[in-house]
Design a protein around this ligand. Structure first.
Ligand SMILES: [Ca+2]
Length: 315
């Protein structure tokens, strides 16, 4: 709003400057003799005045044009600095590791009642799974219709909601039977999903998190995410924990903790180097984060990773 207003003012000033210059340059010389000399002097004076006028008005225009942009770039910075929290850098403390099926192209991961639920992606390979969090063993599994690329997963009471990437639909499964109960439609891409109290939080691969009604799936708001003053794009798998959201960032080996009220990243969690040696062969990017509120531990893994880790984030 403020920026638009400043642009408007600059535009108004510029048009005023143009009309002033053209008015002065329209003065006509007087022809013949002394009159002509006087006329030419007058022309030179008028032209000089006009040039000075043009120069002055242009300078004013430039300085006014410069003012909003410098204001836009510099004014928010102190405000941002005063409101944005310092970003903590944390590391991953591995408590234990266990097996993760290599065919799992992990998109969504959540913990509930000593069970892990996992959604996997890729066209023709998408699945919904229930895992034993002690061993990683797959206890239950269904295939998603082969035309859909499975994405993020959230649990709302008895219903598991699973996004799809570009098909603009989410599938609702019974938590226990994995029976397909219903389908939501939405616009845009689906990446990550988690339940924050009485609202869903959804990522779409940009810096935007969309809040949705968990019953109707209607959009009820959004938040843009910033890391150290810059938009943080490619937000992927999500985990809602105590009013904040933890997120994978696609193709990067770190997580972030996001304050949903401000959109600011508060914690940067370096998760590089979890896989070593042969475990790296055939493994894709870090993706998948779930939280066990009883143990206060996280479960993390990656696409086609042979291992899953139970961890804490520590300084
Ligand atoms: Ca999750």
């Amino acid at each position: 709003m403020g920026r638009k207003q400043r642009k408007k003012q600059a535009g108004h000033s510029a048009s005023t400057g143009r009309s002033t210059a053209s008015g002065k340059s329209s003065a006509a010389p007087t022809p013949g003799g002394l009159g002509a000399l006087r006329g030419w002097i007058a022309v030179v004076v008028v032209a000089t005045v006009a040039l000075v006028g043009v120069w002055t008005s242009r300078s004013a225009r430039f300085s006014e044009a410069a003012a909003p942009s410098s204001g836009v770039s510099s004014a928010p910075s102190p405000a941002r600095a005063s409101t944005a929290p310092a970003v903590r850098t944390l590391r991953v403390d591995v408590l234990r590791e266990f097996s993760h099926e290599r065919d799992a192209y992990t998109q969504g991961l959540l913990w509930w009642n000593d069970q892990l639920f996992e959604s996997t992606g890729r066209i023709g390979d998408s699945t919904l799974r229930r895992l034993d969090p002690q061993t990683g063993e797959v206890r239950q599994r269904i295939d998603i219709a082969p035309q859909y690329f499975g994405e993020g997963l959230a649990l709302v009471d008895q219903r598991l909601i699973m996004l799809t990437w570009r098909a603009e639909r989410a599938f609702i499964y019974d938590r226990d039977s994995f029976e397909l109960l219903d389908t939501f439609r939405y616009q845009g891409e689906g990446w990550g999903l988690c339940l924050d109290g009485n609202r869903l939080v959804m990522s779409d691969g940009t810096d935007r998190l969309t809040f949705r009604d968990p019953v109707t799936f209607e959009s009820i708001g959004e938040q843009r995410v910033q890391l150290r003053g810059e938009p943080l794009y490619r937000l992927n798998e999500l985990e809602c924990v105590d009013g904040a959201v933890y997120a994978n960032v696609w193709e990067d080996d770190f997580f972030v903790r996001i304050d949903l009220d401000t959109g600011f990243v508060t914690d940067y969690i370096d998760a590089a180097g979890l896989l070593q040696g042969d475990d790296l062969i055939g493994s894709e990017v870090l993706n998948g984060i779930a939280y066990d509120p009883a143990a206060e531990t996280f479960y993390i893994t990656g696409k086609w990773w042979p291992k899953m880790f139970e961890v804490r984030f520590v300084e």
